[in-house]
Design a binder for this molecule. Structure first.
Ligand code: ADP
Ligand code: MG
Length: 233
């Protein structure tokens, strides 16, 4: 496999945590390559290591050993500052509980990552944020505070925020876990549209029905990755 072809390359990643009774081996030398434009689902029982795997790729946490490349860049070697900048431009992260800033309007929440990365001129940012909110069907909610929106609307706002700097990669950890099935379906359809626009997307989901619509599904069992029933070496 050509490493160069991967947007995301997880190589021999081990992650240990210190537990009360000693070291817990949460990721057992895992490997994963994701190519540009792929839609990858991650499934597995609670506690199997899904969030830990996602956190290795976003740089929210660091591997005990092994390497993580995103767009060819070594995530595990970056300082916190470098990581924040790199993530801002390259990885849109979507959380289960949205994590919008409660004192900012929806529009301001979407502008914030643009202010951080400065890829667009200051005066262009509000219009770009409005366009993104329009894309997720929230233009009419732009000037409201997040907690006045429904859960589904808040997650769509968080998706618009994740798109702020037009990152090639989107990562989501159970993004529909806090939504009813109809709302989850709408949010998932938005993800499919983003794949159609050329984004690469890695998503943890517990939802069996949604997982059936994901073209490539990785399963995590006890810190080991499987694809189509075979351990990924
Ligand atoms: P999942 O997302 O699949 O439910 P996680 O990746 O969150 O699982 O956790 C996998 C295992 O690692 C669990 O046993 C969890 O308790 C443990 N774990 C996760 N984060 C930490 C941490 N910061 N410190 C200690 N143990 C952790
Ligand atoms: Mg988890």
């Amino acid at each position: 496999m050509q490493e160069n072809n991967y947007l995301v390359h997880v190589h021999d990643v081990v992650k240990n945590f210190q537990g009360p009774a000693g070291i817990i081996n949460v990721l057992r030398s895992v490997n994963l390559g994701v190519r540009p434009g792929e839609f990858v689902g991650v499934r597995g029982p609670s506690g199997s290591g899904k969030s830990t795997l996602i956190n290795m790729i976003t740089g929210i946490d660091r591997p005990t050993s092994g390497a993580v490349r995103v767009a060819g860049e070594p995530i595990e070697k970056m300082s916190e500052n470098q990581l924040a900048r790199f993530r801002g431009k390259n990885i849109g992260v979507i959380f289960q509980f949205f994590q919008l800033l409660p004192t900012l309007t929806v529009l301001e929440n979407v502008i914030l990552p643009m202010d951080f990365c400065r890829m667009w001129k200051t005066k262009e940012r509000p219009e770009r944020a409005m366009n993104l909110l329009d894309q997720v069907g929230l233009a009419d909610q732009a000037h409201k505070l997040p907690n006045t929106l429904s859960g589904g609307q808040q997650q769509r706002a968080a998706i618009a925020r994740a798109l702020a700097n037009d990152p090639p990669l989107l990562m989501a950890d159970e993004p529909t876990g806090n939504l009813d099935s109809k709302t989850a379906d709408k949010v998932f359809t938005l993800f499919e549209e983003l794949i159609g626009q050329g984004k690469t997307f890695i998503m943890v989901t517990h939802d069996v029905e949604l997982a059936k619509r994901i073209p490539r599904v990785i399963e995590v069992y006890d810190g080991v990755l499987y694809e189509n029933g075979n351990m990924i070496q």
